[in-house]
Design a protein around this ligand. Sequence first.
Ligand code: SF4
Ligand code: MG
Length: 334
Amino acid sequence: MNPLLQIENLETVLYTGSDPIWAVDGLTLHISKGEIFALLGESGCGKSMTARSIMRLLPDAGEIVAGSIKVNGLDILQLSEADMRNVRGKRISMIFQEPMLSLNPVLTVAEQIGEVLQRHFKLNRKMTQTRILAILNQVGIPDAAHRMHEYPFQFSGGMKQRVMIAMALAGEPELLIADEPTTALDVTIQAQVLDLMRELQQRNKMAILLITHDLGVVAETAQRVAVMYAGEIIETAPCADFFQNPAHPYSQQLFASLPGKQKRDQGLAVIDGSVPLLSQSFTGCRFADRCNRAWDLCHQSVPQWYDVTEHHQVRCHLFQGTPEPDIATPVSEA
Ligand code: SF4
Ligand code: MG
């Protein structure tokens, strides 16, 4: 199988304070053509930096220091910036949590989508207008023939998000990266936008990398999921397996502390303790200080990947095949 997106051992560093921060630390991820893949994690775990690394749109203080990112076999980290501009929008598009960060307030919706079309396709004026209208209809903008000549501020939050999706689709990308695409929206509009993304994924046969902190969004939308914690992926599985049998203690604690399982809009539950600083180097499991099943080994050695089932992998010492110490036995009775 030849995956659409292959990320191998990606390391992305931020130089913001006195010590460099490994925001993404050795991340490996494969996404197949046409698949909806969710990257799940708390804020600050490196999800957005992963997305921005794939787009090669890092903040000034950010740098990819190791690894490779291939799209259809093409290593995009080796491309010149000029070549990368042809990849962005055409092969990979991204939509952001806050539409106003990526919509230009002084251009009409038609002008902005038109710019994308002109960059990637040779279309005359009439064909461009026809295509803009078709895309806006596709994402469900009512009265699109009229509204395409309006400015972003004239649209509601949900409609702005649709305009952003329209812009991202204009180049007919093979991969759409959606970073918390519904977080800023109310629950009803969230559901509509997720429905729309699923529908477009099926119709356009594109893959979606859905970045979210919301288990409900994962459950309703994705086919596969990877859980990210402190700059690395710690569990990956088909969604059905993951929801039935979350393997990593972090994943289990996320489920356990949800008020109602798979409830939408709960966000990720709060787990005691805090995410470790990513400027340090780790001698053991990154989750050890917060893990309710940690033992000595967890603090001493970095866990490897283990198979839970053929398609379900986890990075945790509990799965290494040696018996787990009986940490439940009170010391006084031992
Ligand atoms: Fe918990 Fe140890 Fe597994 Fe890390 S390796 S998740 S500390 S049991
Ligand atoms: Mg983020």
